[in-house]
Design a protein around this ligand. Structure first.
Ligand code: C5P
Length: 238
């Protein structure tokens, strides 16, 4: 598969309410070191230069995020904004329907992973180009993870086998469309790779990055602000 960005689309899902952040506005609109989380996320997407088509999925009825999308001008990239759904898979499906039908590769990215470095987009796209139907960036976990029922621990998976999985997740476009074909089966999925796993199609792990963490809580936002103000951060954003 060629490296031609015209055959690659990125869906940036930004239609969540961000309730756990407690700001009363969509999370993607929250300011972090002078720019909104959506602007930070789009900076990573555009700097990576992997795709000629970017679709941002915004909350239904929102006008502010749409204005941010409209203000992004890039000579080689078509940017569109579409209304999202009531859960993440619905929002991804809305983004997928808005991309050109003839693309080969789709990357799905959480706007909430606002500091994801461009090299992660490139690594994921390269892995799909090499033939993987589905690719997730992941990093080892440092905590010991327990499986629980109520307040009872039922097992402890071996930590060395676990990965914390991030976005962008990359897909052969036809595979992602098939994975999302049944909305009721997809509704509870917390990521897109899970839907591909349900089809019995192998999912490949690529190298993630700790900077691709999801801004979910006020503590995450404090961390993101501190990182953006750290002098060494600029190097990561190339
Ligand atoms: O809620 P969660 O942390 O899984 O959200 C991950 C990403 O999915 C966020 O960027 C959020 O804006 C997006 N999302 C969406 N539509 C929804 C719910 C979440 O685009 N209905």
């Amino acid at each position: 598969m060629s490296e031609d960005p015209s055959r690659v689309g990125v869906i940036v899902v930004a239609a969540g309410a961000g309730e756990r952040l407690g700001r009363g506005i969509p999370k993607a609109l929250v300011q972090c070191a002078g720019r909104t989380l959506l602007e930070h996320a789009l900076h990573g997407v555009l700097t990576s230069a992997v795709a000629a088509h970017v679709t941002v999925v915004v909350p239904r009825g929102d006008s502010q995020l749409r204005s941010i999308v409209a203000a992004q001008t890039h000579p080689q990239v078509t940017m569109t904004a579409v209304d999202g759904g009531s859960n993440r898979p619905e929002s991804v499906r809305a983004g997928l329907n808005a991309l050109p039908p003839d693309i080969d590769i789709v990357l799905v990215h959480d706007a909430a992973r606002a500091l994801t470095p461009p090299h992660v987009f490139r690594a994921v796209a390269a892995c799909v180009r090499k033939g993987s139907a589905a690719v997730v960036p992941g990093i080892p976990v440092s905590d010991t993870i327990k499986v629980v029922e109520g307040d009872t621990v039922t097992s402890t998976p071996e930590r060395a086998l676990l990965r914390a999985v991030q976005t962008p997740q990359g897909f052969n476009a036809a595979t992602l469309r098939t994975a999302h074909a049944d909305p009721s089966a997809a509704a509870s999925a917390t990521d897109d790779a899970m839907l591909v796993e349900m089809l019995g199609i192998p999912v490949t792990l690529a190298q993630g990055d700790p900077l691709a963490f999801k801004v979910t809580t006020p503590l995450d936002l404090t961390l993101a602000e501190a990182i953006l103000q750290a002098p060494q951060y600029a190097k990561e954003q190339q």
